[in-house]
Ligand binder design. Structure first.
Ligand SMILES: [Zn+2]
Length: 324
C-alpha cells in the first residue's frame, strides 16, 4: 500500500486549481507493517502569483521555491516509484482529488489508483468518532507518537499517517458511512382555518441562509393560540430565481397540530438580504410549493439544537480544512 500526502497552494486568483507543491509518500507491505520505502518531491510554484494563508506557513516553502522541480517531472518520478501498486491511501480524501486536478491541468494522464482508502475516515471509525474529521496531529498525540518531524511536510505527514494507522483493521478500511436519508415525514397539517397572519420583516443579513438561521426567523407562533414554537431546519430550492430564496419549515403547536412557516428572502441592490416571515394559510398552492421544496435542499440552522459549532484551529495548516 502507498500512503501519500500532498501540500498545495490555492492562491487568491481565479485559476481554479490547488497547485501541488510537494508529493510525499511511503510504501508499506500491509497496515501495521514497517515502512519499506519513501518518496519525496518538491515542486516549484508557478501557477498562482500569491501563496494563500495556509501555504505561507508550510515549513518547506523555501525548498519548494529553490529546489523544486516541475509538476510533470515530479509526477513522472512518482509514477515510476509507484510501479505496479494498486492500493493507495491518504489522510482524508482531498489528496486524490488534487492529484487528478493537477494532472488535468498539465494534460497528463491521471494516476490510476484502483483502490483508494480514506484513512482519516477509517481511523475515526476505529476510535469511535464516526463522521468526525480528527486532525492528524491529534491522532499522533493520542497515540503518544513522538512528533519530532514537521507537520505539513508531505513526507512527514505520510509517515505519521502510516504510524497512526497501524491500529486499523481491514473492517475499518471497508467501513462506509451510512447515508442519512433526508426525512420526508408525512405531516398532516391542521385543517382549522385561521386569520391571515402578519408578515414580519427581518434583516439585513449578509446571506439568505444567515436570515434563515436567525433567531427572529425561527420562532413561529401558532396562528390560533399564539403558542411559540421553534424551527431548526428549513427546506429550500437552491434553484430559486437569483436574489430570492424561499424557505419552508413545518412546526407544531401542542394544542392545534402542524402548520407551516415561510421566509421569503430577497437581496437588495446593496447586496444585503431582507426577509419576510409568516405563517401562510395552508392553501393547496402553499402545500404544493412546500411539497416540492421538501424534496430539494435542507438548511440546518447554525445554532440549532443538536448541532455542534465547529471551531477551526489553524495550526499553520494549509489545505485540509478537513483536518479538523
Ligand atoms: Zn395553537
Amino acid at each position: 500500500m502507498i500512503i501519500l500526502d500532498l501540500e498545495w497552494n490555492r492562491g487568491y486568483d481565479k485559476k481554479p486549481i490547488d497547485e501541488i507543491l510537494q508529493i510525499g509518500a511511503v510504501k508499506i507491505d500491509r497496515l501495521g507493517g514497517p515502512i519499506v520505502d519513501s518518496f519525496n518531491a518538491y515542486i516549484k510554484p508557478v501557477i498562482h502569483a500569491k501563496m494563500d494563508v495556509g501555504a505561507r506557513k508550510l515549513p518547506q516553502l523555501d525548498d519548494y521555491r529553490e529546489l523544486g522541480t516541475t509538476f510533470p517531472r515530479a509526477m513522472k518520478a512518482f509514477r515510476a516509484w509507484c510501479g505496479e501498486e494498486t492500493e493507495f491511501a491518504s489522510w482524508g480524501g482531498d489528496d486524490r482529488r488534487a492529484i487528478e486536478q493537477n494532472c488535468k491541468y498539465y494534460r497528463l494522464p491521471i494516476l490510476e489508483m484502483p483502490t483508494f482508502h480514506d484513512l482519516q475516515r477509517a481511523y475515526c471509525h476505529a476510535v469511535g468518532a464516526d463522521g468526525q474529521q480528527v486532525a492528524l496531529w491529534r491522532a499522533v498525540d493520542y497515540h503518544g507518537i513522538p512528533d519530532i518531524y514537521d507537520y505539513h511536510d508531505a513526507l512527514c505527514d505520510a509517515m505519521y499517517t502510516a504510524l497512526v494507522c497501524r491500529c486499523l483493521l481491514p473492517e475499518d478500511l471497508a467501513w462506509k458511512p451510512v447515508k442519512v436519508k433526508r426525512g420526508r415525514r408525512n405531516i398532516t397539517f391542521s385543517s382549522q382555518p385561521f386569520p391571515k397572519q402578519p408578515r414580519r420583516r427581518i434583516g439585513p443579513f449578509a446571506s439568505a441562509a444567515d436570515g434563515a438561521s436567525d433567531r427572529a426567523a425561527r420562532k413561529p407562533v401558532c396562528p390560533l393560540c399564539g403558542e411559540v414554537s421553534s424551527v431548526s431546519r428549513w427546506s429550500y430550492d437552491s434553484k430559486c430565481k437569483p436574489g430570492q430564496q424561499v424557505y419552508y419549515a413545518p412546526f407544531r403547536c401542542d394544542n392545534h397540530g402542524y402548520f407551516l412557516t415561510r421566509i421569503t428572502m430577497s437581496q437588495g441592490e446593496d447586496g444585503q438580504w431582507w426577509g419576510r416571515v409568516t405563517v401562510p394559510s395552508l392553501s393547496e398552492e402553499t402545500v404544493r410549493q412546500y411539497t416540492h421544496i421538501q424534496r430539494c435542499e435542507e438548511l440546518v440552522c447554525k445554532a440549532a439544537p443538536g448541532t455542534r459549532r465547529r471551531r477551526r484551529h489553524r495550526r499553520g495548516k494549509n489545505k485540509k480544512a478537513t483536518e479538523e
